[in-house]
Design a protein around this ligand. Sequence first.
Ligand code: NDP
Ligand code: 2IT
Length: 449
Amino acid sequence: MEQIVEMIQARDPEQYEFHQAVEEVIETVKPVLDRNPEYRQQAVLERITEPERVVMFRVPWMRDNGQVQVNRGFRVEMNSAIGPYKGGLRFHPSVNLGIIKFLAFEQVFKNSLTTLAMGGGKGGSDFDPKGKSDNEVMRFCQSFMSELYRHIGPNTDVPAGDIGVGAREIGYLFGMYKKLKNEFTGVLTGKSLNWGGSLIRPEATGYGVVYFAAEMLATRGETLEGKTCLVSGSGNVAQYTTEKIIELGGRVVTLSDSSGYIYDEQGVDRERLEYVMELKNIRRGRLSDYIDKYPQAVYTPVDPALDYNPLWNHDAACAFPSATQNEINDKDAANMLSNGVYLVSEGANMPSTPEAVDQFIDAKILYGPGKAANAGGVAVSGLEMAQNSMRLAWPREEVDSRLKHIMESIHRTCIDAAGSYGAEGNYLAGANIAGFVKVVNAMLDQGLV
Ligand code: NDP
Ligand code: 2IT
């Protein structure tokens, strides 16, 4: 197994995030391979770590001032053993093939855990939506889709949102797809409500992360009531995580963006959250504005000289990282543990470095890894696909109740899978093992393809 990791590193030496995601899975599924010798003979690890298809393309578009700009587009179709490729699109300047491959790889296991029939994929671009006009974003999305449309379809590959891709971008992407194919289908999820979107999809990732946290707490006979919570990010996932924590009686004291974070001792209540939503989603502003409206809060800008993030260095019981990968390092994890954090439910994908994860596992805290805890988003995307196929729309309560059941089921699956391999209470091992076994068995059923 070490050889496989070395081979993957040698083949694509610059894809660090992908190596990290693969190494974590391989370490935890070792006992499964030991118990099933045919998996080695069938080279399941070599197969599952190699994308079925990678598409990279040029995205030329025009700035408002007439200047032409060129970005790079990606779609990694990782695995279709249990359903059409499914996963979001990320628009962020840091995007490269290694990041999209790590996200697509994680998505395979996450989608497998949802109980729905979805394979794994991910895509995106190094396009930076910050500071761009709506028209610029529209022209970029149209150019991006004018290539991507050849590779996707409602039964082939169904993209959605991720960092930098929300309802606005999905709208522009959908419009171009529909024009090119002359077809109105559920080819994207996260659509707006009046043209095929599902109720609860915007809320789903954040709500799901908190439902998963509530399930973990229930194993210790506890609830979120009265608990202080650290949340990072202030985008889609952070906002609805905060909303659900407030609803369940918890107190959110932090939020962040890539420029800095706010600490609000009084807690981000409904009114303050509404202000953040308006600030981030409509004005597309910076979180630093929060203290203009709520001067009792403290804003701390990012200090590049620090080797830890002070957001994670406050007294709290629960932490909900909801910004980006590797946002919790070794030092942050140590700070969290010494400040009383004993629950981490990951809204972001791979927000904790391997060293941080090791500390959480060693300390035996309630650690819900992203591929389990944040699976509610893609799960409701799966429900959006189901509604689109039926040409029906379920009411809010129905979608929310299905989401809740799915999160409970994922939680139970993680516990059971971990338990059957002697890793009681280890949600990371449970998520990786359960996700892996289902996909690998489907691959073997379908022969060497
Ligand atoms: P958004 O674009 O809505 O928000 C992202 C937030 O994270 C923003 O506050 C952003 O700050 C901050 N952020 C992004 N990149 C960085 C960075 N490199 N350093 C510091 N802060 C950063 O994205 P989402 O809320 O949708 O996604 C957040 C995380 O959740 C991602 O890891 C994503 O993969 C994961 N996720 C999302 C799902 C979804 O359904 N949307 C589903 C499952 C997981 P700024 O405004 O300054 O850029
Ligand atoms: O990481 C993720 O699961 C997402 N960004 C959501 C994917 C989806 O297809 O809804």
